[in-house]
Design a protein around this ligand. Structure first.
Ligand code: SAH
Ligand code: F3S
Length: 441
């Protein structure tokens, strides 16, 4: 009985919000907790410890965490339920939630090894004060991430935090300064993944191109890794245009197992706005980088992040963004309207002076435009044969698989005799703006 009671107290469940980095971090957190005799629950209601891995990059993301805590209030009534928030949260929200007793603790992404202590103290109703405050160099290379249910693709962080200080961005405040992971760990971890049946790994970082470990830069790391796991597909994200080098482009083109896709957030097409954002490149430099990518890797797909309604953005600036999109015709992109984030330079020093409805209209306009470009880009694949890694069953039709080609575009096709994890050749016969539809050739 005593034993069961203890077991019950230590069952945990993690709910993920935000980016791929959070998904990857949850795998590290799970591993740390399992090593400390906590028990993974596959169901939120049965867990006594609920961790929300939060995101505060945009206001909406932060609001959804608060809403979720409200929804879960009924579980808190169960005396033993402990609520912890991990991940990225602005200081204001953190302080508010702690003060209002809506959560038991908050643990930042640099201090996950302290998590068992936070939980144990919370269970015994005490407050925990970490001995070493804010572990600034933590890269978790001594932890084997817990990848859970066997999958085919996964993420691996190679840099954590960011040094760039874009004026709108909260990441440097929530995740701290950039920390790079030991390359030998990255190689060994990828080999381990391959041995365990993984066919694709995405190397993660806020800015992977600034990776540096002694003399090993990102191009060297990619080159080495591609040779060490020659049958593994390698992707990476995100590339800050300011740091992307010719050397990296050449390495991508040299190895068939490095996927031909670059996520290259531009944020705005106006030099005035880029400067206010502290993005450290101009529109002209960005366009010439695109030209270079297309010359060195002609088959490469390119995606973007764009934000509308940043401080002082006027109609002319918005037109520059539209014009840049028309010039590039990206394969796809993620688009947002600006929301001021407490603590950032823009929040403190610039005026959030674009009215909400203008932000929204500009956002709708670029989303519509991107849809047109995506459709046009997808159409370019009609009649072509694509190498596709099968990842799972199509959501719309259980007789179809879905997978992605090297350009990171989703391909759907009838199963035939293939299985998950196979690489198959698919002839494209139809398309929408988001999906290629084909048949195994
Ligand atoms: N490291 C990436 C960005 C990470 S945040 C880079 O180099 O660009 C992901 C995206 O969220 C950003 O590219 C930006 O478009 C958006 N974003 C960040 N802060 C935002 C804010 N305050 N308001 C709206 N969108 C924001
Ligand atoms: Fe944010 Fe800019 Fe870094 S968008 S994550 S500060 S590159």
């Amino acid at each position: 009985m005593e034993k069961n009671q203890k077991k019950l107290n230590k069952s945990f469940y993690i709910e993920n919000y935000g980016c791929q980095m959070n998904i990857s971090d949850s795998e590290i957190v799970t591993s740390i907790l399992l090593d400390n005799k906590f028990i993974l629950s596959d169901n939120l209601e049965n867990a006594n410890i609920i961790l929300l891995n939060s995101c505060s990059v945009r206001e909406k993301a932060e609001l959804s965490i608060k809403k979720r805590l409200e929804e879960l209030k009924f579980l808190k009534k169960k005396k033993e339920t402990i609520f912890g928030i991990i991940g990225c949260l602005s200081k204001q929200s953190r302080d508010f939630l702690l003060q209002e007793k809506k959560i038991n603790f908050f643990v930042n992404p640099n201090s996950y090894k302290e998590l068992p202590n936070f939980i144990l103290y919370a269970i015994s109703n005490k407050k925990y004060f970490p001995s070493k405050s804010f572990q600034t160099k933590e890269t978790y290379t001594d932890i084997n991430p817990f990848y859970g249910k066997k999958k085919i693709t996964t993420f691996l962080s190679i840099t954590r935090g960011c040094n760039n200080m874009c004026t709108f961005c909260i990441v440097p405040f929530t995740r701290g300064r950039e920390k790079n992971t030991d390359p030998y760990y990255i190689i060994e971890e990828c080999k381990r993944l391959y041995k365990n049946g993984y066919k694709e790994v995405t190397l993660l970082g806020q800015n992977v191109d600034s990776y540096l470990w002694k003399k090993i830069d990102f191009s060297y790391l990619l080159d080495f890794l591609a040779q060490e796991v020659p049958l593994m597909r390698i992707r990476f994200s995100t590339s800050n245009p300011h740091d992307m080098s010719d050397k990296v482009l050449k390495i991508i083109s040299k190895h068939s197992n490095i996927c031909k896709h670059i996520h290259l957030p531009v944020q705005s097409g106006s030099n005035k706005i880029l400067k206010l954002m502290n993005r450290k490149y101009t529109r002209e430099e960005y366009l010439s980088l695109i030209k270079k990518i297309r010359k060195i890797i002609p088959e490469c797909s390119i995606s973007h992040d764009i934000m509308t309604g940043f401080c002082n953005e006027d109609e002319e600036d918005h037109k520059y963004t539209i014009d840049l999109m028309n010039k590039i015709q990206y394969n796809y992109g993620y688009m947002f309207s600006y929301s001021p984030r407490p603590g950032t330079y823009a929040y403190r020093r610039l005026k959030d002076n674009v009215p909400q409805h203008v932000k929204k209209n500009r956002l709708s306009e670029i989303i519509e435009l991107q849809k047109k470009h995506s459709f046009f880009r997808m159409k370019e694949y009609l009649g072509k044969v694509q190498e596709v890694l099968i990842e799972g069953e199509s959501k719309k039709n259980d007789k179809h698989w879905y997978g992605r080609n090297t350009q990171n575009l989703v391909v759907v096709f009838p199963k035939k005799l293939s299985k998950i994890g196979d690489i198959v050749f698919v002839k494209i016969i139809e398309n929408t703006s988001a999906t290629l539809i084909g048949k195994i050739s």
